[in-house]
Design a protein around this ligand. Structure first.
Ligand SMILES: [Ca+2]
Ligand SMILES: [Ca+2]
Length: 270
């Protein structure tokens, strides 16, 4: 089912941060997640259609998918590795879910929906946790063999299965080798919502991962007292990773974030 998955960001800025590279060895599929080791850290990249075949958006951490292959279901995106420069044969991949499911409210992903997503392969499954920033341990789902890995997990939206754009936060790890887990990444699911909302929601998360203007919480292109007030308004709170002034991505707005913010104070980005 993966080959016909339409990968479109819509908002060009969503990937403007990243480097697009030429092909790697192996059979990568448009819309899947390219998984590679970089300095022994698992990294994720996008696989997009280029004029000469698949191209790669290095370090991408926001991926888009659409429920509906069957109602409330998709098995995209899959996970692909590369031959040659990729992981050696025998490496076993697993994943964890790092947050409760989030729903796009048109502005941000602070809201929690009544829905959850069940991630499964065969008879094994795990469901997104109900508590924000709680980790739900996933399971091993694939082993590199013949130089490659190409695996699809199955994603099912649980009731009430309302229309909307949902964000699921994930990390990859390996169970039998020395590689650091991937930085957190998101799969952004469209459930009977508009392509525009889907793209806007993905662009929001992409800006959290790679901010166009770090410290500019208000989005007006300058880092000033209004942003400081916004950060202090969330101080001590548990937030969506990288949002509301969580510079270091530990999901809490605290002193290290304030220090990083003050280092940006007075900056103008436009
Ligand atoms: Ca601002
Ligand atoms: Ca923090």
């Amino acid at each position: 089912m993966n080959d016909r998955f339409p990968f479109r960001f819509g908002a060009t800025a969503a990937v403007a941060c990243c480097v697009v590279g030429a092909g790697h060895a192996g059979a990568q599929h448009i819309g899947d997640i390219l998984v590679e080791p970089v300095n022994n850290v698992i990294t994720t990249s996008g696989i997009v259609a280029g004029p000469g075949g698949p191209e790669f958006v290095s370090g991408l951490r926001v991926f888009m998918a659409t429920f509906g292959e069957f109602p409330n279901f998709t098995d995209d995106p899959g996970f692909d590795t590369t031959g040659g420069v990729g992981f050696p044969n025998g490496v076993i991949f697993a994943f964890d879910l790092l947050d409760s499911l989030r729903v796009w409210n048109g502005v941000d992903f602070d809201a929690l929906p009544p829905e959850t997503v069940r991630v499964s392969k065969g008879s094994t499954s795990v469901t997104t946790p109900l508590t924000p920033n709680q980790v739900a341990a996933g399971f091993a789902f694939g082993q590199v063999g013949s130089g490659f890995l190409h695996e699809h997990l199955r994603y099912f939206l649980n009731v009430p299965q309302g229309a909307g754009v949902y964000a699921m936060q994930v990390r990859l790890r390996v169970t039998n080798a020395t590689y650091q887990p991937s930085p957190p990444f998101w799969i952004v699911f469209n459930q009977n919502s508009t392509a525009g909302s889907h793209a806007a929601a993905a662009a929001y998360l992409q800006n959290l991962v790679a901010p166009a203007c770090p410290g500019d919480l208000s989005g007006d292109g300058v880092v000033n007292t209004a942003d400081l007030a916004a950060l202090l308004g969330s101080f001590g709170e548990s937030v969506l990773r990288y949002s509301n002034g969580d510079f270091n991505g530990d999901t809490v707005v605290s002193t290290p974030d304030l220090a990083a913010f003050l280092g940006r104070f007075g900056s103008a980005c436009r």
